[in-house]
Write a protein that binds this ligand. Structure first.
Ligand code: ATP
Ligand code: FE
Length: 371
């Protein structure tokens, strides 16, 4: 079994080829981070154009690096949601073209399920049921994974995701945004005193497992303003004192942002173990899971409950094609795929996009099993 995975749900164009046994044959990511830094955010139309420009090349490179052609593939997996529909469409269109020309089945993949399931590629011991914390630019999800496609949501964000808070903090601190903001904040935080700025932990009074990062973002913005930090002065040009004051804010923000994750995870674990005592793992994935401080703190929490933390390597935490190919493989094995599209696709591919798609909600239309 050899599957090509295609991902275009947000601002990265990614493709990868993975074998049924989990062997990664190739992996290619083309990032729009440069564009984003220049224009200060994702504009759907611009992102769509950027995907369209590179998609053929990215897929070809994934096949070339794997030393394969379309003829050697068993199926094509593609993200159909959640995400920006204009962007998703570029990937789905490409997937249907490849599948149509080589008579291959198509597998529809949920982007957030893929973030969670890629952990099963790297940790073969990871069986259902398990818990997962999915933390990225657009999502902050705490789920109980019962089986493929079956998730109970324990918590989500009521406003922003933690990755968004990292990105804004980076921007306001004048950090280099050419890569995403998260890694820049993590790096600067190493120089700072995490206790120096007293940010309050979000949602202390809410005894549930939901998240909120909008208030913390505001606290950071106010702290920056009160210290007269000018984001237009890049960190590389800041005076020593200015730099150290920015580092203190980065460290204090990171400490509280992650403390919020710790509190919610601990509550969720206590609850989940009562109904599913066989749980042995907490998966932490999505872009923010590549943060070393996040990993270390959550590792302390899971140990208290004799659980094991499973964190994919950073390249598999941020958006990538491997997780799509692998989730495709898992679905293919249980017969969830669509028959090959006609070679001359009449381009009515809009029907199988799911821009809004809650994790765990069955996707009947795209799954042969459900027909
Ligand atoms: P989604 O998966 O919700 O659609 P996304 O496409 O933005 O969102 P990812 O690539 O999974 O997805 O995550 C990107 C986010 O992860 C960005 O907000 C980025 O700042 C953050 N991030 C990446 N590395 C780190 C890090 N080391 N520390 C903190 N945040 C990080
Ligand atoms: Fe993502």
């Amino acid at each position: 079994l050899v599957v090509l995975g295609i991902e275009t749900s947000c601002d990265d164009t990614a493709a990868a080829v993975v074998r049924g046994n989990g062997e990664i044959l190739s992996q290619v990511v083309s990032s729009q981070a440069d564009l984003l830094a220049r224009y200060g955010g994702v504009a759907p139309k611009m992102a769509e154009e950027a995907h369209s420009q590179v998609i053929d090349q990215v897929v070809q490179e994934a096949l070339d690096k794997a030393g394969l052609t379309g003829r050697d593939l068993s199926a094509v997996a593609v993200t159909i949601g959640p995400g920006l529909s204009l962007c998703l469409r570029v990937g789905v269109q490409k997937a249907r073209r490849v599948a149509g020309s080589f008579n291959l089945p198509i597998i529809s993949v949920h982007h957030m399920e893929a973030h969670a399931l890629v952990a099963r590629l790297i940790e073969k011991e990871l069986q259902f049921p398990f818990m997962a914390l999915l933390i990225s630019g657009g999502h902050n999800l705490l789920v109980l994974a019962h089986d493929l496609g079956q998730y109970t949501q324990l918590g989500t964000t009521i406003d922003d995701a933690i990755g968004e808070a990292f990105d804004k903090t980076a921007k306001w601190l004048g950090l280099d945004m050419r890569k995403s903001g998260g890694p820049a904040v993590e790096q600067l935080a190493r120089e700072g005193d995490a206790e120096s700025v007293r940010f309050s932990t979000p949602m202390k009074q809410h005894k549930d497992c939901n998240f909120s990062y909008a208030g913390l973002k505001t606290q950071v913005r106010l702290a920056i303003a009160s210290r007269n930090i000018d984001a237009k002065v890049p960190i590389s040009c800041a005076s020593r004192q200015d730099r150290s004051s920015r580092a203190d804010i980065a460290a204090s923000f990171q400490r509280v942002a992650v403390l919020h994750l710790e509190e919610r995870c601990e509550r969720a674990i206590k609850w989940a173990l009562k109904i599913e005592p066989s749980i042995k793992h907490l998966v932490v994935s999505g872009g923010v899971a590549s943060n070393q401080y996040v990993r270390a703190r959550l590792d302390q929490i899971v140990k208290k409950y004799s659980l094991q933390l499973v964190c994919p390597p950073p390249k598999l935490c941020t958006d990538n094609g491997v997780m799509i190919a692998w989730t495709g493989i898992e679905n293919f094995r249980v017969g969830r795929y669509d028959p090959p599209p006609p070679a001359n696709d009449p381009e009515d591919f809009m029907y199988d996009l799911r821009p809004r798609w809650p994790l765990g909600e069955e996707y009947a239309a795209g799954r042969s099993e459900a027909r």
